[in-house]
Write a protein that binds this ligand. Sequence first.
Ligand code: IPE
Ligand code: IPE
Ligand code: MG
Length: 246
Amino acid sequence: MLFSKKTPSAEVDLTRLPRHIAIIMDGNGRWAQKRHLPRSGGHAAGAETLRKIATQVKKLGIPYLTLYAFSTENWKRAPEEVSAIMGLLKNYLLEALRDMDKNQFQIDFFGDLSALDPDLQALCAQVRESSARYPQCRMNICLNYGGRDEILQAVRAYAADCLAGRADPEALTEAGFEGYLYSHGVPDPDLIIRPSGEQRLSNFLLWQAAYAEFYYTDVLWPDFQESDLLAAIAAYQQRKRRFGGV
Ligand code: IPE
Ligand code: IPE
Ligand code: MG
């Protein structure tokens, strides 16, 4: 019998798509290094991949896409790299504003935006507000986001509500606590994709990932293609999700 060395194109069942895909957009630096480019060149290429994959997610009719763009730990990087990433984000958001009626994404942000440049904060607010009219496909951009930070800020807000008499500690439920998270109102991710070969969460969606399916690939984010997304979805569809049952 003959076996083809080529990976067969992923078979995706369009009736059983994940409702929420989250992506850790990793590998930009290594992509740039391989090409003897500055790391910022990798981030620029990664932003192109984001445009392409977001369009594909929307076309598939998947209603939620969450993207890890900048973590609370990424401030450890060189100032030039941080400003290059922030500059690319700014361009991305300006473009999102300009093309909003064409692309039709609702864009929201998870993370502590107060640490960002005031201009960028204002732009985020403007994008959030004016994109609210397109709720069919919601994109959440995680910016200065950390899962631990998210849980801590929720606990702080909740404790303040308790002290003010607005909340009763005995009555706290998981659903009630979720109301304090950046992701309130968004269902948990069904599928978390991490390119670049790393197999870790790196402080992404710690609470929300409780029952997510994970998909790792060695492909670097700037090289990630539509076919890679389909492969991830096909792998997801092979999984048996039990949620602790049998
Ligand atoms: C992900 O790519 C982008 C951000 C973390 C902002 P990296 O810059 O982490 O790429 P590698 O991991 O160094 O290849
Ligand atoms: C995670 O990637 C953060 C983003 C993709 C925004 P990192 O490159 O920062 O994660 P580590 O350092 O490899 O864990
Ligand atoms: Mg990385």
